[in-house]
Design a protein around this ligand. Structure first.
Ligand code: SF4
Length: 288
């Protein structure tokens, strides 16, 4: 399908915290024949292009393969430049604390969870302390993370099972982790990758879902299918770091609304439909 050229106006938002690698970077290079212009000069999005702008032809569109190994390698290289040394932002001191923090992070922010967990783990220092609780007893301590009733059931249920079935130790195998209440592949991948340094899969959260679709690394919306797609194209030794990098990218630049494309090192290899700045073709299928 032919793809239209819809360069967009650069975001007028200011520099974002944390994007230190980008602070001194020059604006993205303008590829030949494709110059970012104001939408008003483009006419409508139905193809009234400003004279001089090239519309994507059938030939270039049909040749484009977003999963080409060299493109994927370039994405990974630029993520390494942007986020060379990132890891999980959830505060934790052991596998159990990371498991609890990950369960609490559902539908919440890491900052919010990190506000709650220090006092929580001071009050209940061990997995046995949690196993001795009822969900109702835990609810007031985690209320501010949202969905606290379900989360209380998951945390207390996981603690009881870890104590009864795994000798009080968080298991380091996917199959066993998935037997814990409230633990699905995302949580299991976080614990395995971040604490045990085991790459059994790729963490797929809302950031990874959105950005993998923008970068055309998947067309799926189901996290399990997205994970399988990413495992096909990302080398296994990069699974852990890739997920951390994408999650940081989603927080710092590639947010759900108004991504900071003018500051993004991936800009000229990203064809996302909702870019706020582009020097390359927009692919309407690449929507978050
Ligand atoms: S160019 Fe924009 S949409 Fe694409 S990855 Fe960067 S911030 Fe996200």
């Amino acid at each position: 399908m032919p793809r239209g050229v819809i360069p967009r106006q650069p975001a007028k938002t200011g520099r974002h915290e944390g994007a230190r690698a980008l602070q001194t970077r020059k604006p993205p290079p303008k590829s030949a024949g494709l110059r970012p212009v104001r939408p008003a000069l483009l006419g409508s999005a139905q193809g009234k292009l400003r004279p001089g702008l090239k519309k994507a032809g059938k030939t270039s569109a049909s040749r484009y393969n977003p999963l080409a190994p060299e493109r994927v390698a370039e994405i990974l290289k630029r993520l390494d430049q942007l986020y060379p040394d990132v890891t999980c932002a959830l505060t934790h001191r052991n596998a159990w604390e990371l498991l609890v923090a990950t369960i609490l992070s559902a539908q919440s922010t890491d900052v919010n969870v990190n506000r709650v967990t220090p006092e929580l783990f001071r009050k209940y220092p061990t997995v046995q302390d949690f196993a001795a609780l009822t969900p109702e007893q835990l609810e007031p301590d985690i209320r501010s993370t949202g969905f606290f009733r379900n989360k209380s059931k998951s945390v207390v249920g996981a603690a009881k099972k870890i104590v009864s079935d795994f000798g009080g130790e968080v298991p380091d195998e996917m199959d066993k982790l998935l037997t814990l209440p409230g633990v699905a592949r995302k949580t299991a991948n976080v614990v395995l990758g971040t604490w045990f340094q085991k790459a059994d899969g790729v963490v797929v959260d809302t950031h990874v879902t959105r950005i993998a679709r923008r970068l055309e690394l998947t067309k799926n919306t189901d996290p399990a299918k997205i994970e399988q797609d990413l495992m096909q194209v990302i080398p296994g030794e990069k699974w852990i770091l890739f997920a951390h990098q994408i999650i940081w990218h989603g927080r710092k630049l590639c947010m759900a609304r108004q991504p900071k494309c003018a500051e993004c090192l991936l800009q000229n290899i990203c064809h996302a439909a909702d870019k706020t700045w582009s020097t390359v073709e927009i692919h309407k299928e690449a929507n978050p």
